[in-house]
Design a protein. Structure first.
Length: 445
């Protein structure tokens, strides 16, 4: 089928495409809500189980991340050859049921096992979802579609912060928040099975699923390593997760300790920022990406580099100030940068990966991102906070200095975005000719 035929769409097909984006965006929102609800109730969990900062980070973040990582890769490998719709639906049912079970746990071991189940389920969510969207839109429209998909991020953040905080206050129990967010997800997973169709894999590429088999994990890693633009894009996204999500993981707890806010007060304040700042930033990003000049990925990468670099200093000031008003104002500046990178970064990465490698490529990206934001950031910040508790004489002060150190890593992410543009032309040609009989095009140094 020619490119012109593949890119022509009927109104009905166009509506079906955007329905898929809407549904998968809601899947993403539920996934993100689980991350935020843990941050919202982190302090009550720590107190109930008698844990240190590093201990509660291991229980809530690391336990999920290890299984998310090791299960995510084989699931993504399977998704590059199997029905991705079924994988997403089954994964959502599993992690939502496990989230509800978190609300029924009575001790450390039970919570740990349920959290592991959440990680296993969430591993099957984002990689096949983004792969489905990539096969519903041509290359030039993927960044826009994935940015709309990324609206699930601020929605999920609001659900896991403001909504969860209100539920905790109403029922006087952190367990109620997990149950309230878990049960609807099971129902939504069934809706996906009934209403979402599996698209033809690689339909907008020169090489389709009929002409190129799914690549092995080793082949995908090798391609990603030699594809320098994709490597830098992945590195940028990973460091943003270390910087942004690492900070937000602890910000609820920091506000409770430093300013004496309750779980509901801190959750309501942060949830409002996450939702409105994140939504406005994501919509503005989608509008910018719809501009003709944004069809060039170099413009996208440079824009992300400038925004992230400009947001790093305000992220430092959030924890440097002793004023709740100033800290809140700085969050309104920083949160948009943490949110708006998602859709464009996913699109850049997927555009530089061939169709038979997309789900695995996204899984590798999520692997490194989750190592950064669920293992390194929470545990290192928790460990530094524990180490400084004695000398500084208070949990708020020790956590503050740990977060100040982490805040400066935003400059590192900006560097990778800016550097990624150097090999775009060669790397784009490698993707477009992947699997063809022509001699391979060497990677640019």
């Amino acid at each position: 089928m020619g490119a012109s035929m593949m890119t022509s769409t009927t109104p009905r097909l166009e509506s079906a495409r955007w329905y898929v984006v809407l549904v998968l965006g809601l899947v993403y929102a539920v996934n993100i809500a689980d991350r935020y609800v843990v941050a919202t109730v982190l302090e009550p969990i720590r107190k109930e189980f008698g844990l240190s900062d590093s201990g509660v980070a291991w229980l809530t973040g690391v336990s999920l991340a290890f299984f998310y990582i090791f299960v995510g890769l084989p699931i993504a490998r399977y998704a590059d050859r199997a029905n991705r719709r079924n994988i997403v639906a089954g994964a959502m049912i599993l992690w939502s049921a496990a989230t509800a079970l978190l609300g029924l746990t009575q001790n450390y071991l039970q919570f740990l096992l349920a959290r592991i189940a959440v990680g296993i389920g969430e591993a099957g969510g984002t990689p096949p979802s983004t792969s489905i969207i990539a096969d519903n839109f041509p290359r030039g429209r993927r960044a826009y579609a994935l940015t709309i998909y990324a609206l699930g991020l601020p929605l999920g953040a609001w659900m896991g912060s403001s909504l969860a905080g209100a539920i905790v206050e109403h029922f006087h129990s952190w367990r109620a928040a997990f149950i309230a967010l878990g049960v609807p997800g099971v129902i939504f997973g069934l809706l996906i099975l009934l209403t979402v169709r599996e698209p033809v894999r690689g339909r907008f590429e020169l090489v389709t699923e009929d002409s190129a088999p799914a690549a092995s994990f080793v082949e995908t890693c090798r391609f990603l390593w030699t594809q320098r633009s994709a490597w830098h894009i992945n590195a940028a996204g990973t460091v943003i997760c270390l910087w942004g999500w690492g900070l937000l993981f602890w910000t609820q707890t920091y506000f409770e300790r430093a300013y004496g806010l309750s779980t509901a007060e801190a959750g309501g304040r942060l949830g409002t920022i996450y939702f409105w700042a994140g939504t406005v930033a994501t919509i503005a990003t989608s509008a910018i990406l719809a501009l003709p000049q944004m069809q060039d990925p170099k413009w996208i990468a440079r824009l992300l580099a400038v925004i992230v670099a400009a947001s790093t200093i305000p992220s430092f000031l959030i924890y440097w100030t002793h004023s709740l008003t100033v800290a809140t104002a700085m969050l309104w500046i920083v949160v948009p940068a943490i949110y708006l990178y998602v859709g464009p970064t996913m699109a850049l990465l997927l555009n530089f990966m061939p169709a038979p490698m997309r789900a695995q490529g996204m899984a590798i990206s999520l692997l490194t991102a989750n190592v950064a934001n669920l293992i390194i950031a929470p545990t290192v910040v928790g460990w530094i906070s524990d180490m400084l508790t004695g000398p500084l004489g208070g949990n708020a002060a020790s956590l503050r200095y740990a977060l100040l150190a982490l805040s400066l890593t935003g400059f590192w992410a900006a560097y990778h975005y800016w550097t990624s543009v150097r090999s775009y032309a060669v790397d784009d040609l490698r993707v477009r000719t992947f699997g063809m009989d022509a001699a391979p095009i060497p990677a640019e140094a």
